[in-house]
Design a binder for this molecule. Structure first.
Ligand code: NDP
Length: 590
């Protein structure tokens, strides 16, 4: 066996370094040398220093564009993971945000991977709306050269499951693109199916004639530093609850709890704007009702599994279809096969309602097969680590309502508000939200609109500025039902105002008078000032209820801009769209 080549004496190192390197290289295996090659090839890029000469002989790597359309960051994170997988397979990947992409740009690429989220009732992510409009336009560029595959993220709780991914997949085919792999639909537990799909789709996109993977092992520089990266959705950190207090008064109609979690020993870090994912447990009474309706009452092992692992509430068309299939019950088949009846039946109903309406005795395996894994719930973090160190604070509104004659509760919110105490633990992970950050220049004015629990990230923003001693221009619009009972963090805002950290606060208490007053009414009253702030370059943040509040606040902003600038509503709408693109109008809504 020949020993590996030694470094020549004229290598650009001092003699003792050449001897040391030779000692290391002599005892390496081929795999270790491939790893080192990958490490050195990526070293300059990872350290930010421009390389003066190529680190390894250049190899032709097939280009791959990975386009993502993201709302909450999942598609973006998955695109970055796909990029690492693709590098390992010898591609030269480029990750592209749909916010910055045009169809003409995509038409030039030969290999395209699309990872697209669907938001709410079948909508494309807000950042991707311009791209979607251009792709769907009659004048869209042909894609004859493009081999593509689409991974669609969605939530089966919504009828238009994965609609954005399907729309892109079908449109690329209609424009002449070649589908290299069938579209994959993913529910909230997308990690494992996405990894399997990428494992077969990336080689399919490489094609036969492309170069084989070079003998360089891709090195993940993010992991080289040994950072604490092990806590995740599937492996949550069990954080101790160190404080849990209801911020509403005893006479309030609401219960909004402030929760403090200890991150000690976890190495977890977050930034203001990020969210904390909480692994909830189901209410035992709800689980009992489901077991009872499935003819499985008294199965304690199954009860325990359903409490912590399965989504026993969300009812979707998919669940109804699966139930029809496994029971063969003709009346359920009728419902499952009739989209109109299904659209009438689903709203407000849970799994227990289906099982009660169509009584069928199930086996434990049939019942668990019907239910998806219990997904974590995301809460915008209400603290800054610059202020609270190894803690994370959350603001959680307990959800309780009646529907179809039953009391309903929010899974995670009542798990925290009703069934957790100080000293208990809560499984958590950090979910970065890079598109909801304080401006990089602290002198940029900020306007924060956050009624109810929407105020959470703004407490984090203010703590961050307070800790750094920054008092840039800031303005908070807060609203809730009653001044006396529901003014969340009232004393903290007053203190921040007194110390000049928060510049201005306008409040709207909706139920202190006969006619409702909402944050957008206060915004309209202050429209001259607000318009001046916008003209001065302020960044606008909106957090909270998506369907009503965020929509109405958007209309108010449009009217304020139209009024202030003396332009038509359409033109004001365009200005807001431009601000969104520039990252000056940011939403964190749910
Ligand atoms: P709400 O958004 O329910 O209420 C806050 C204030 O906004 C109230 O004064 C309310 O008035 C008012 N409001 C109602 N409609 C509008 C509107 N169209 N425009 C402006 N303001 C309006 O507060 P919460 O944050 O407590 O609840 C928000 C929703 O989000 C709830 O359904 C909650 O369950 C859910 N949720 C909460 C999470 C959390 O706790 N972090 C996470 C995920 C979801 P009024 O009620 O008098 O009409």
């Amino acid at each position: 066996m020949t020993s590996p080549a030694r470094l020549p004496t004229n290598a650009p190192f001092p003699p003792d370094a050449i001897a040391a390197l030779n000692r290391v290289i002599e005892h390496t295996s081929p795999t270790q040398r491939s790893w080192l090659a990958g490490f050195l090839a990526g070293y300059e890029a990872a350290s930010g220093t421009p390389a003066t000469a190529p680190a390894v002989a250049s190899v032709v790597r097939p280009a791959l564009t990975i386009l993502f359309a993201t709302e909450s960051g999942n598609s973006e994170a998955l695109a970055r993971k796909a990029s690492k997988d693709a590098s390992r397979l010898g591609f030269a990947p480029r990750v592209l945000d749909a916010a910055d992409a045009t169809p003409a740009d995509l038409a030039r690429t030969e290999r395209l991977l699309v990872i697209a989220a669907t938001w709410g009732e079948g909508e494309a992510p807000a950042r991707a709306t311009d791209f979607m409009a251009a792709l769907m336009a009659d004048a869209a560029t042909r894609m004859d050269k493009v081999n593509y595959a689409v991974l669609a993220l969605g939530d089966r709780a919504y009828a238009q499951f994965c609609a954005t991914g399907h729309a892109i997949d079908e449109r690329l085919a209609a424009l002449g693109g070649h589908r290299a792999a069938p579209l994959l639909e993913c529910d909230l537990d997308y990690d494992a199916p996405a990894a399997t799909w990428l494992g077969t789709t990336l080689p399919a996109l490489r094609g036969k004639e492309a170069e084989p993977a070079p003998s360089v092992i891709h090195v993940d520089f993010g992991a080289v530093g040994g950072e604490a990266r092990e806590w995740s959705k599937s492996n949550p950190f069990e954080a101790e609850i160190t404080d849990l207090v209801n911020l509403n008064s005893s006479r309030s109609a609401k219960q909004t709890v402030h929760v403090e979690l200890s991150l000690a020993g976890s190495g977890l870090t977050y930034l203001p704007g990020d969210a904390i994912g909480v692994a909830p447990e189901n209410d035992s009474a709800v689980v009992e009702a489901v077991l009872d309706a499935a003819g499985l009452a008294g199965d304690t092992a199954l009860h325990a599994a359903l409490v912590s692992k399965h989504d026993v509430t969300t009812l979707s068309g998919h669940v109804v279809r699966s139930f029809a299939e496994l029971t063969g019950d003709p009346s359920i088949k009728d419902l499952a096969g009739d989209p109109e009846r299904l659209a009438d039946f689903l709203p407000g109903r849970h799994v227990v309602d289906l099982l009660t309406a169509f009584p069928n005795k199930l086996t434990p395996a049939q019942l668990t097969g019907l239910l998806r894994p219990l997904p974590p719930r995301l809460y915008s973090v209400a603290s800054s680590q610059a202020m609270v160190g190894e803690e994370a604070h959350l603001l959680v509104s307990a959800v309780r309502y009646q529907a179809h004659g039953r009391d309903r509760v929010g899974v995670a919110s009542t798990h925290i508000a009703d069934r957790r105490r100080v000293g208990d633990r809560l499984g958590i992970h950090v979910k970065a939200n890079p598109h909801f950050r304080l401006p990089s220049d602290p002198a940029t004015p900020i306007v924060m609109i956050g009624p109810g629990t929407g105020v959470a990230p703004f407490r984090a923003f203010m703590q961050e500025r307070d800790a750094a001693g920054l008092a840039g221009k800031s303005w908070l619009f807060f609203g809730d039902q009653r001044y006396t009972h529901d003014f969340l963090y009232q004393l903290e805002w007053q203190d921040l105002i007194e110390r000049g950290v928060l510049g201005r606060i306008d409040v709207a208490f909706s139920r202190d008078q006969d006619a409702k007053i909402y944050v957008q009414n206060r915004m309209w009253e202050a429209r001259r000032d607000l318009h001046r702030w916008i003209e001065d370059g302020a960044t606008l943040y909106v957090c909270g209820d998506q369907t009503r509040m965020a929509r109405d606040v958007h209309t108010a902003l449009r009217d304020i801009i139209a009024d202030g600038a003396g332009i038509a509503a359409d033109a004001a709408e365009e200005r807001l769209a431009a601000m969104k693109k520039q990252g000056r109008y940011l939403l964190d809504v749910y």
